[in-house]
Design a protein around this ligand. Structure first.
Ligand code: ADP
Ligand code: MG
Length: 706
């Protein structure tokens, strides 16, 4: 262990002990970048590199859009414009051509520093403007033939803050600090916890070399290798933790549901209103296997909107009930819980299964009765919202817990369900819309995954159309035609926290405009939004469901799960303000019956690049998996719906949207390590074991502090 001590000691050295860091700079580093120790500093990675290993010519401008180094002289310096538009322009030329230089600031100072006979090394980023290239605010240094090569041709640039710059800690100062640290950094300070075998297998740099080369790369190739190695390491750590958790789950004893000859068989053969798709059948088999294994099931069920996850969930719950266990289904909203309750009650009406609903708005007297019946085992199937996980809800013998729309819940809520029986019940979590493989691996890497990759037959693909505000009258005409055919229509307005009030005004105005254009008694319009009482919301939903109203004006409260098969038109107002997965979710509210359905995306004429891309994607495809990929690429993993709280996504160098291949390798490695050596006792895995132990201790001490 002595070697470990050495590395821990060195990396834990307080930052004020570094040459060049006095108490004042130390305070700024701590406050601005949370750099407390040598180890923290070394993990503050550059955001970009300056490549001065090659001198290009002006002919190379335009070949790529990155920074370029040139050698030449400067002529024709003129001041142009007046006042705020004032700028300095000059021509930079080498043996083969020329390029314009411009400065908007520090003009007098620059004029003084430049003379026509001096040869300069220029470094800057050419931009294309008015049919030619120019370079704004280039870095200029006098070319010194004796020293025509940089000692450090690659230089790292670091993010700093205004406060840091005030204390003299700019990017250059940072380079110096890092250099001071690297002088004293020895390989034994940076112990490689990834076993040698895998480093060789993936031809990676050692951990030490990676840290040195990410800060001071000797060449392009080493810089890339260093980044790759550190990305791998970061992803490997998230995966090793998830794989370990999965291993722990797998050791957990679980209930065995042997019998399916009562409710399950009866339902499957006599009550199921349609034939299951092959994908549904396959998923059921996977789950069935889990339930006979004697191990606790922890499974993620992925499937596109409308792929029929609910019926799979119900069949799983029937397996539990057949074996004298209770089952529970948790949904993120009242409306969805209500719908599940009604739908399932209807499907089970000719059985003696006792189904109950428990939500935040269940009256206290009724709630008491339900809780008592649940506790006595009289309730077979309890459906509800978050209310289900409260401590007051005590089952007699819970066998399976299913979470619908998992992304709306946190990990802790899932964990709470584990404690609802002395042996943890089987857990099935379902997603609202698909998420890309890489994201699933990172968020749900401790779960087994099943995918329903097929929609029920007979569905016509939804036609998605983008319309500008100026086509509203046309839109109203189309709506009247559809209503004449007996169809129903949703109109959804965005509701975004920051401007909730304005949004509600939008909704109110929209509702009034619709009521004017579609007047009683020919038309009836419902309205539902988040600020309404649950009972009022329910009343309006019911009217729409019973076809008493033809148009439903709503905020995104209807996004989740609502099922009205006769509704065939989804109009989304200010569609540019929605994220892709939300748009796809909303679109999934239609196309549930046999009729041709439409999704109409309304926007203003002016749209951002990202908004254009979102709308284009929606018009081009109905495939939730494809949409999820685009969403991930556009927004980055940290901003995807339901991922904000996930620690697994707080990555400092890797990006799961673009580093999918490295992620796969890291996961494969983590699995292989545990498969060969479940307790990490092998000599090769020693440092990994120490690393994970230290990580846990840190977490525990952190928990006890906070
Ligand atoms: P989601 O996966 O989005 O939760 P649902 O479970 O709400 O989808 O199912 C959508 C609709 O498809 C429901 O009306 C459901 O009854 C119907 N459905 C599910 N499976 C099938 C099937 N195999 N054949 C026909 N209709 C089905
Ligand atoms: Mg659903």
């Amino acid at each position: 262990m002595s070697a470990e001590r050495k590395d821990v000691q060195f990396l834990n050295t307080p930052i004020e002990y570094l040459k060049g860091v006095g108490p004042e700079k130390a305070t700024v580093l701590k406050n601005e970048l949370q750099i407390f120790s040598f180890g923290d500093l070394i993990k503050h990675f550059p955001y970009r590199y300056v490549d001065r290993s090659q001198i290009h010519t002006t002919n190379d401008i335009g070949n790529s859009d990155t920074y370029i180094q040139l050698k030449g002289k400067i002529k024709n310096m003129v001041e142009l414009g007046h006042g705020r538009a004032k700028r300095l322009s000059a021509v930079f030329y080498d043996d083969v051509g020329e390029v314009e230089l411009v400065w908007f600031k520090g003009i007098q100072w620059i004029k003084k520093g430049i003379d026509a006979n001096t040869t300069f090394l220029l470094y800057g980023k050419p931009t294309y403007f008015n049919h030619s290239y120019n370079i704004a605010h280039p870095e200029l240094e006098i070319f010194n033939a004796a020293k025509n090569k940089y000692e450090q041709p690659f230089r790292a640039l670091y993010n700093t803050t205004e406060k840091m710059k005030k204390k003299g800690l700019d990017s250059k100062a940072f380079q110096k600090l890092i250099a001071n640290l690297l002088v004293n950094l020895k390989p034994e300070h940076i112990i490689d916890f990834i076993p040698k075998k895998y480093i060789e297998m993936y031809r990676m740099l050692s951990r030490y070399d990676a840290y040195v080369n990410i800060h001071q790369p000797k060449n392009n190739s080493l810089q890339h290798q260093a980044i790759k190695r550190l990305k791998f390491e970061e992803l490997f750590i998230t995966q090793i933790n998830l794989v370990e958790l999965k291993l722990i789950h797998q050791k957990e004893k679980g209930f065995i549901f042997e019998k399916i000859d009562n409710h399950f068989d009866n339902f499957y053969h006599h009550l199921l209103p349609f034939e299951l798709t092959n994908a549904q059948k396959r998923v059921l088999k996977e789950i069935r296997k889990d339930m006979l294994s004697g191990k606790q099931m922890n499974r993620l069920l992925q499937g596109d909107v409308g792929s029929g996850k609910t019926i799979v969930a119900l069949l799983c719950m029937l397996m539990a009930i057949d074996n004298n266990f209770q089952a529970t289904l948790m949904a993120p909203t009242e409306i969805l819980a209500q719908q599940h309750f009604q739908g399932i009650q209807e499907l089970l009406q000719n059985t003696n299964i006792n189904v109950q609903l428990l939500t935040g708005s269940t009256k206290s007297k009724e709630k008491k009765q339900i809780l008592k019946a649940v506790n006595e085992g009289l309730v077979d199937l309890l459906i509800g919202t978050h209310a289900l996980i409260e401590d007051t809800v005590q089952f007699k013998n819970l066998g399976i817990a299913i979470i619908d729309e998992q992304h709306r819940f946190g990990v802790e809520q899932r964990a709470k369900l584990y404690t609802k029986n002395t042996t943890a019940p089987h857990i099935l979590v379902m997603t609202a819309t698909p998420i890309p493989r890489t994201l699933a691996m990172t968020l749900y890497g401790d779960l087994d995954v099943s995918v329903i990759d097929e929609l029920p037959p007979g569905r016509k693909p939804i036609k998605t159309i983008h319309k500008f505000e100026s086509h509203r009258l046309e839109l109203f005409g189309f709506m009247r035609d559809e209503i004449k055919k007996g169809r129903q229509i949703y109109i959804v307005y965005p509701l975004i926290q920051e401007s909730e009030k304005l949004d509600l005004i939008d909704l109110q105005n929209g509702y009034e405009a619709i009521c004017r254009a579609f007047p009683i008694p020919d038309y009836f319009v419902s309205v539902v939004h988040g600020k309404m009482k649950p009972a009022d919301k329910d009343f309006e939903m019911q009217r729409f469901l019973k076809k008493e109203t033809q148009i439903m004006v709503a905020t995104t409260v209807i996004e989740v799960g609502v099922n009205v098969p006769n509704a065939s038109v989804m109009i989304i107002e200010n569609a540019d303000r929605f994220g892709l997965s939300q748009l796809h979710q909303l679109r999934g509210r239609v196309g549930r019956g046999a009729d041709q359905s439409y999704c109409i995306l309304m926007t203003d004429f002016k749209l951002s690049q990202d908004a254009k891309k979102r709308i284009k994607t929606m018009c081009e495809t109905n495939d939730g998996f494809k949409i999820a990929e685009v969403d991930l690429a556009l927004r980055g993993p940290g901003n995807m719906e339901g991922t904000q709280q996930s620690g697994a996504l707080q990555l400092s160098i890797a990006n799961i949207a673009t580093d999918g291949k490295i992620l796969e390798e890291a996961r494969k490695t983590a699995i292989a390590i545990y498969e060969n050596d479940a307790t990490l006792q092998h000599e090769d895995n020693k440092w990994l074991r120490y690393y994970l132990q230290a990580q846990k201790q840190k977490k525990n001490s952190w928990i006890s502090v906070s």
